[in-house]
Write a protein that binds this ligand. Structure first.
Ligand code: FMN
Length: 358
């Protein structure tokens, strides 16, 4: 499996662990990279010194290339990108913002940059800003997804961009990988599939519940944090979509959040208030999501927790180790490819072509 991104990143397989905040932690990153893929740390809104520790921990667990994801618009997002640059992370994956400064600084030490995008405009902008590749999330994807499906978005970007396109959203097995490559992608990035592995920190209650879900058991709404976001259909998600947030509760929760982000309360308060009315509202909503997400990683209370999840949750039927999953994906991809080759060889020639040949 040689593609533009196996060459660009120096990995064996074009399979990426999506940089899921609070989920894609050093053990998962190293497991994916050690298995020949590219593990990407989900720095999310982690305190910057924790991000630095996690990057250093990854280096003790693997000598293979890895990436660091930083969503720039959330608290600690930009700071985490700065930490990744200071630590000379081999690959930096930014989302939700402008990354020209990241590309410039990463290229100076030989690092590579991937931008996560959801539409053609953002992808073209990322290319103009110096990104080496884009991760394009179709509407099937978990979390912040666009309104175009992976099946349409990927070929559209491939015909437009000069840089490689990595497909995200809806890929959970080897056939999905081959399908994405057939559409012109240079690799795939998977979130939901890796969320349901042994190494994932998702509470076993949620892993078990996810196995009972089908492809339509997600909710795609902008009611959670102001941007369209796909989550697992849990009782809490159903309620959150219908209820307006309680500003008093947000205020009460904000103290705990400042502690969790290891940010002085007044600094966080100022960041939120000065972000502009729209973003302030989004950040307030996001804080409620963060609280419900914590439940999926700690107590496992099925009624109260909420996590991002893609439609591909309905394609996941077990909870393997990452090494097992990687091995299986490669075997499935090879047999899907062989099946395609065989069906092409057996197929009768297309009449117009046969006439031309005659
Ligand atoms: C639990 C979870 C957390 C996520 N957190 C982030 C994040 O912090 N940053 C980000 O860019 N994408 C995040 N994503 C989205 C993934 O990067 C990716 O786009 C998506 O999972 C791909 O779709 P799939 O789930 O169908 O594989 C998250 C996804 C999941 C499932």
């Amino acid at each position: 499996m040689k593609t533009a991104i196996t060459e660009l990143f120096g990995v064996k397989y074009p399979i990426l662990l999506a940089g899921m905040g609070r989920v894609a932690l050093p053990n998962m990153v190293a497991a994916v990279s050690n298995a020949g893929g590219l593990g990407v740390l989900g720095a999310g809104s982690s305190p910057p010194d924790l991000t630095r520790e996690m990057i250093r921990e990854i280096r003790t667990l693997t000598d293979k290339p890895f990436g660091v994801n930083a969503p720039l618009m959330i608290p600690n997002g930009k700071e985490n990108a700065e930490v990744a640059l200071q630590e000379k992370a081999p690959i930096i994956n930014y989302s939700m913002g402008r990354g020209d400064w990241i590309a410039k600084a990463a290229h100076a030490y030989g690092g590579k940059v991937m931008a996560s995008v959801t539409n053609v405009r953002f992808a073209e902008r990322a290319q103009a800003h110096g990104a080496d590749a884009v991760i394009a999330a179709g509407m099937e994807a978990a979390g912040h997804a666009g309104d175009v499906t992976t099946f349409v978005l990927i070929p559209r970007l491939v015909e437009t961009l000069r840089i490689p396109v990595i497909a995200a959203g809806g890929v959970a097995n080897g056939a999905g990988l081959v399908g994405a490559l057939a559409l012109g992608a240079a690799g795939v990035s998977m979130g939901t599939r890796f969320l349901l592995t042994q190494e994932s920190p998702l509470h076993p209650n949620f892993k078990q519940a996810a196995l009972g879900l089908d492809v339509s058991d997600t909710i795609f709404s902008d009611r959670f944090d102001g941007v369209f976001n796909r989550v697992m259909k849990t009782p809490a998600a159903v309620r959150a979509e219908k209820t307006w947030m309680n500003p008093f509760q947000v205020f009460l929760d904000s103290f705990g959040i400042a502690r969790e982000l290891r940010t002085p309360y007044l600094k966080l308060f100022a960041q939120v208030i000065t972000a502009g009315p729209k973003q302030t509202l989004e950040l307030m909503r996001m804080s409620q999501m963060l609280k419900m997400h914590t439940i999926t990683l700690t107590t496992g209370d099925i009624d109260a927790g909420m996590t991002a999840s893609g439609m591909s949750v309905g394609l996941v039927h077990d909870v393997p180790t990452i090494a097992e999953l990687m091995e299986r994906m490669v075997a499935e991809a090879k047999s899907a490819h062989a099946r395609l080759n065989a069906s092409m060889e057996d197929a009768p020639p297309v009449p117009a072509l046969a006439e031309n040949a005659a």
